[in-house]
Design a protein around this ligand. Structure first.
Ligand code: GDP
Length: 296
């Protein structure tokens, strides 16, 4: 695999040529380069530390020491560990529930929740042949309710009306009741998000979760959020039993280190990636490809 990291490590090994063999301290030098690469990709520092410790164990025990191309061997280990951490295999949306399967969308304002709700509606209609209803519990921003209405129509799903004078819990329960009576397969519940973690809002979404018992609680996170993603992820993990992550804005120029941070902090699988503002810009998350992107 050719990457900027491989080049750096290969150069490092060349510089060490005078030395008789690869030693633990040389591996240490290489790991420093790996650490830099991960930090440059915006993986959060505590996550980088854990990751490097795991890679070091593997590197010291394995082929790197005796390898003719230790730089490449180490990058191979790093790549495999990235893929293993971010999760191999495809994890589609779980609809294993008495219909309607309820899906709760959580995340900060601007993360892409509303757009992603419509993208998921489209995905579930087209790929899984489901009848989908959406509803917005964002009573703080009337524009957000309207936005969901618009994108739901574009997705070909049905939208359940709500107004800012209602309580999010009442809205969700009314939508659930409507979905049951009209034989919807899926109810997607979009929620309010603030620009920063907010106790009241966290309590609100916890209450919502307890009442509507979603089969999926998806954490929507902006790949461009970088180092800060770890704090957001911690707060949402503490508040909710997250079942999946959707990483948005991967079409941006971030190296996407947030994927590693958020996955490690929440333990939830990264199910999808948002790759455009358009409603067909939702892809199944590909850990293998993403590992290459993080390594640069
Ligand atoms: P919310 O506040 O979490 O509901 O976020 P929105 O759905 O309103 O999205 C915020 C902004 O991000 C909007 O301008 C969206 O068009 C944009 N957005 C959402 N997902 C993506 C994505 O995957 N790629 C790009 N480029 N933009 C996105």
């Amino acid at each position: 695999m050719a990457s900027a990291l491989t080049d750096k490590l290969t150069r490092l090994v060349k510089e060490m040529r005078g030395q008789a063999r690869i030693t633990e301290s040389n591996v240490q030098d290489m790991l420093r380069e790996v650490r830099m690469a991960l930090l440059e990709a915006d993986v959060a520092l505590p996550v980088v530390r854990d990751f490097i410790a795991r890679v070091k164990d593997k590197a010291l025990g394995q082929e790197v020491m005796g390898s003719l191309k230790p730089g490449q061997a180490l990058v191979g280990i790093v790549h495999r560990e990235l893929v293993a951490t971010m999760g191999e295999g495809v994890a589609d949306i779980n609809l294993n529930a008495q219909p309607p399967a309820v899906i709760l969308m959580a995340g900060l304002q601007g993360a892409g929740k509303t757009t992603t709700t419509a993208k998921l509606a489209k995905h579930l209609i087209e790929k899984r042949k489901k009848k989908v209803l959406t509803v917005s519990g964002d009573v703080y921003r009337p524009a957000a309710i309207e936005q969901l209405k618009t994108v739901t129509a574009q997705a070909g799903a049905e939208w359940f009306p709500s107004t800012p004078d209602q309580k999010p819990l009442d809205i969700a329960l009314a939508a659930l009741d409507y979905a049951k009576k009209h034989y919807f397969d899926v109810l997607l519940v979009d929620t309010a998000g603030r620009l920063a973690i907010d106790e009241l809002l966290m309590q609100e979404i916890k209450d919502l979760h307890a009442a509507i018992k979603p089969v999926e609680t998806l954490f929507v996170v902006d790949a461009m959020q970088g180092q800060d993603a770890i704090n957001t992820a911690k707060a949402f993990k503490e508040a909710l039993p997250l079942t999946g992550i959707i990483l948005t804005k991967l079409d941006g120029d971030s190296r996407g280190g947030a994927a590693l941070s958020v996955r490690q902090i929440t333990g939830a699988p990264i199910k999808f990636a948002g790759v455009s503002e358009k409603l067909d810009g939702l892809e199944v998350f590909d850990a293998e490809r993403h590992a290459g992107r993080i390594l640069g």
